[in-house]
Design a protein around this ligand. Sequence first.
Ligand code: ZN
Length: 339
Amino acid sequence: MKERLHEIREKALAQINSTDSLEKLNEVRVSFLGKKGELTEVLKGMKDVAPQDRPAVGQIVNETRQAIEEVLENAKKELSAKMREVQLKSEVIDVTLPAKKNNVGHRHPNTVALDEVKRIFVGMGYEVVEGPEVEYDYYNFEALNIPANHPAKDEQDTFYINDKVVLRTQTSPVQVREMEKGKLPIRMIAPGRVFRADEVDATHSPCFHQIEGMVIDEGITFADLKGTLAEFARELFGPETKVKFRPHHFPFTEPSAEMDVTCFKCGGKGCRMCKGEGWIEILGCGMIHPHVFEMSGIDQNKYTGFAFGIGLERIALLKYEIDDMRLLYENDVRFLKQF
Ligand SMILES: [Zn+2]
């Protein structure tokens, strides 16, 4: 029995030393120390050993087991270390290799212009609000004083979902939605996408962007409107910018005006940019119509207010001297990169 144990020990050590992977090492462990392993088999033969010899044999069995376990453990540590080294070598990063070039996106000129407009109005204490692009005919037209037979409805022909629901033709319905909330005073701008049944050309698109603005409070006058929008123009186009208001008509404001700014290219002398006029039309505005107040349930004896609408594309085209609106929607990275 002693010889048998010695044999097993030598055999196990030899096998352990020749293993080159952790899996094989485990196989060796099972084949000697496992439930059906060689050493376990020997232990089953203990019943044939004379009782007085059993302690001595038992000790040798234990020594053999300990010796094998110890060598196994060492081999395992060594192999793990070796494998880790191999892995580290194979995953080494060559810092001298040229880097992969990442394509970084760029803010769209519309976004740049919008952020600028937002910055100016938020700085004056305005809140930025949003409304639905798919809108009730009521909010888009009727509540803005444009009844079914009004000629303005013709100019703003849009895409109808059904008799009562349209793609909004303007951001003005957001005004009505804010007024209906009944929280006064209001100082808001509402940027967003609008839709018209227009053919695509250098200055038209069936889908474009507006920025609506509205102020309602006690004692708001046309002077507040002028001061606010003149300050906006100076912030956007430079401190030398002058503004002028021309009478106009919008159904939902009275009186109404269009605002021009002095051409920021020639300073008002006349150039190609302003078609020799010295002035550039920039937005529509006016004092909120009493009828609009009435429909939204706001006490027009107590409150007054003004509203304005800015074409976002117009600002972007002017600011960056782009002469064709279609360029904004072609998603040509070479073009967009310039801004
Ligand atoms: Zn000019």
